[in-house]
Ligand binder design. Structure first.
Ligand code: ADP
Ligand code: ZN
Ligand code: ZN
Length: 723
């Protein structure tokens, strides 16, 4: 038996595995996902490694083949399934093995507090000197913590005992903490499913019963009762003894969803996310690993939860960009969820009111199964009005607010109903310009203009750089400096000036940086302690306020003007989402302010018409050969000096030349990244479109292998969300 062992498996740069012979006496205890001791390198030092594969043969010559010295773990630290998932991610995203493993190995595995060293019964002939024997017997009597004094002082002897196969790591006996809140009596809804919901649920159940990997796209307008369908599907899976992973885009914005699920499923619900305190995370990890038939609910990282017997995956708001990691490793949790469903041979539900264009396309082609919920339960969708801001200006209104919006706000305040104002830009003004010399105040680390905040400072929204605002030009010392454009702070100030008695709340990353701040603002608004809520896209998602009947979109063009082929898709999604906050219980209205009132993303969003939007957008994608008509990879090269980054990208370009004869592959660039400098790192990129996924994967991996310019690092972004 041969073990494939990854040494330094927690190092992101590691990408190799080595074959080791498994001595027969370890054949029963060795397992994928356990740690082992092996000799490594010419010096043969003893190192720890992780078993990522087991096979029967190797190409290594017999006399060069080293043996596994000891199996460290009693239980594997990552399951075989998770290792398989890591290998799939490594391949698909062209990652190093270490990067891929870092996603599935829980961070506390290297924390010494959670393991004991235990002794195994010893065989008569294991010859030990007295010292060693004494140590062994004391451990046999009572397991010791890895971070105990005894272990620290006897390191070498401990290793000796390990090598004799007499010791192993065991998880300490942690009691899984039960959350008392979760033991509240379960509630059952006082309604029956609608016909549409029933049909959707039945399709999900039959896919579940049949087994097999299958994508089900649940396309349901906001308020159509998707959650109820999810909950019943979860209940069904749990009854059948299976676990469920339920992914939501952002935990702090989905407290209602979580409460909802908990009130129906009870203590089978485990919340799992990377911002948890480490003890809570450990607790969730242990519970996921040990309990039968659980639901793990959480954002991106929930996809890695170590549940047993996974039977169903649900991804709510599957179109949300937050599922994609913008830091390395640049995975997309929706794609990873699909990989995991495939490995387990189970169905995955992708739910959205505004499906991503790619997924809807696959549903149209029959690759995904489509379930549709067309109607809002009992209520109608809000009426949406578009205001042409060009006309407002022509007619003499210079305010950020259109006359219509102002009069509607006034009406709402009179009726005692709530208002939500959406502007996807925080701070006071996004641009500060010297009117004397034209200088735009820039971040010293990034090629980004600084945003003025009314507390008297300028801030870079990319790297967080902050400087005091003196109102003096950095280039020419002129005091003739002005701020342009509006952010949420300015909206707040002006609204308060228009409506002096209104109670106003603001929710953006400046007001929600403290723990629980988001929840508090949401609670305050729900309990009607405020009339108007102003915020960035964090107020657009998921929230439910019964008395909210007016939504104002201050500037719909911010998204539309992004230099990205998905800008219209994003605009449509965000407008639909924010509009969906209005009139959830009483008739509601939405007012969209824009300088592009004819743009189809805005027009169809105002009509709640996803299909027409899709029909236009897919034509454009086809014409431009954008996804789903191609697979895109962005090769980005980053260095602290401009010329090094440039040399790096030229190297990538040279490697790409080797594939010149590949048909169906198009190379764009090299060029400077849209944001050329971020945190003092210069960026160039090359965008490549592939016709086939397999071709994309193999070429991306070859480029990763061949890239060897050490002065600049290469980032491979597969299916990038911002190009
Ligand atoms: P979505 O997730 O599609 O936006 P929700 O799950 O928020 O929709 O459902 C909207 C509301 O309708 C919720 O308050 C929910 O309790 C209620 N609801 C769901 N299904 C039904 C039903 N069959 N009959 C009556 N009310 C329902
Ligand atoms: Zn100046
Ligand atoms: Zn910056």
């Amino acid at each position: 038996m041969i073990a494939q062992v990854c040494i330094n498996y927690q190092d992101a740069n590691v990408d190799k595995v080595f074959d080791y012979l498994v001595p027969t006496h370890f054949e029963n205890s060795i397992e994928i996902g356990k740690r082992v001791y092996v000799n490594f390198g010419v010096s043969n030092r003893i190192v720890e490694g992780l078993v990522v594969g087991i096979k029967q043969t190797t190409d290594i010559e017999e006399n060069k083949l080293k043996s596994v010295l000891a199996v460290i773990d009693k239980f594997s630290i990552v399951s075989k399934e998770q290792i398989e998932l890591a290998l799939s991610m490594k391949n698909y995203y062209a990652l190093n093995l270490g990067e891929a493993l870092s996603l599935v190995i829980p961070p506390f595995v290297s924390s010494k507090q959670i393991y004991n060293i235990c002794a195994k019964k010893h065989e008569e002939n294991s010859n030990m000197d007295d010292d060693l024997k004494k140590l062994y017997e004391s451990i046999l009597k009572k397991p010791v913590s890895i971070n105990s004094k005894l272990v620290k002082e006897n390191k070498e002897k401990i290793i000796k005992l390990f090598l004799k196969g007499l010791l192993e790591f065991d998880l300490k006996n942690f009691a899984i903490k039960e959350d008392s809140e979760k033991n509240l009596p379960l509630v059952e809804p006082n309604y029956n499913l609608t016909e549409e919901q029933n049909k959707a649920l039945n399709s999900i159940i039959s896919a579940f019963d049949e087994g097999g990997y299958r994508n089900i796209l649940l396309f349901g307008v906001t308020g159509s009762g998707k959650t109820e369908v999810y909950i019943r599907a979860i209940q069904y899976a749990i009854e059948k003894g299976k676990s469920v992973i339920f992914m939501v885009p952002e935990i702090s914005l989905t407290p209602q969803m979580i409460e909802n699920v908990q009130s129906r499923i009870g203590n089978k619900v485990l919340v799992y996310h990377s911002k948890m305190k480490s003890i809570d995370r450990l607790n969730s990890w242990l519970a996921a690993r040990n309990k039968e038939a659980v639901v793990v609910i959480g954002p991106r990282s929930a996809v890695f939860a170590p549940v047993k017997n996974l039977g169903l995956i649900i991804v709510d708001e599957e179109h949300e960009p937050s599922y994609k990691s913008e830091k390395s490793p640049r995975i997309n949790a929706v794609e990873v969820a699909q990989m995991r469903a495939k490995i387990n041979n189970i169905p995955i539900i992708l739910g959205s009111a505004t499906p991503s264009i790619e997924h809807y396309f696959y549903a149209q082609k029959g690759r995904y199964f489509l379930c549709t919920l067309k109607n809002r339960i009992n209520k109608n969708l809000p009426e949406v009005l578009i205001v042409d801001m060009k006309k407002e200006i022509l007619e003499g209104n210079k305010s950020i607010f259109s006359r219509l919006l102002l009069s509607e706000i006034e009406n709402n305040l009179k009726k005692g109903e709530q208002v939500l104002l959406f502007l996807n830009r925080r701070g006071y003004s996004p641009i500060v310009i010297c009117r004397e010399c034209g200088y735009v105040f820039m971040c010293k680390n990034c090629s980004i203009s600084l945003t003025y905040h009314k507390e008297g400072y300028l801030r870079c929204h990319y790297c967080g750089y902050k400087e005091e605002y003196r109102g003096v030009c950095a280039k020419c010392n002129s005091k003739y400096v002005r701020q342009y454009g509006s952010g949420t702070q300015k909206i707040e100030e002006e609204i308060k000036a228009y409506f002096k008695d209104a109670r106003v709340l603001r929710m953006d990353s400046d007001t929600t940086s403290k723990k629980d701040a988001t929840e508090q603002i949401v609670k305050k608004f729900r309990e009607k302690e405020a009339d108007i809520l102003i915020g960035t896209q964090m107020i657009a998602k998921g929230l439910h306020f019964p008395d909210l009947t007016l939504v104002g979109v201050i500037d719909a063009d911010i998204l539309l003007n992004m230099p990205d082929f998905r800008s219209r898709e994003r605009t449509f999604q965000l407008l639909t989402q924010v509009a969906g906050r209005s009139g959830r219980e009483k008739p509601g209205r939405v007012i969209i302010q824009t300088f592009n009132p004819e743009d189809y993303s805005i027009v169809f969003a105002s009509k709640h018409d996803y299909e027409s939007f899709y029909a236009q957008e897919i034509k454009l994608r086809k014409m431009m050969e954008y996804p789903p008509y191609s697979y895109v990879v962005n090769f980005i090269v980053v260095a602290s000096e401009q010329n090094l980054a440039k040399k790096g990208i030229e190297h990538v370009y040279t490697i790409l030349k080797d594939f010149e004869n590949e048909t169906d592959m198009k190379v764009y660039g090299p060029s400077e990244n849209p944001i050329f400098k971020i945190e003092n790192q210069y960026r160039y990129h090359i965008l490549v479109k592939f016709k086939r996924a397999g071709q994309m994967i193999s070429i991306a991996n070859l480029i990763k292998e061949r890239y060897n310019y050490n002065n600049a690092s290469l980032i491979i972004d597969v299916n990038p969300l911002d190009t």
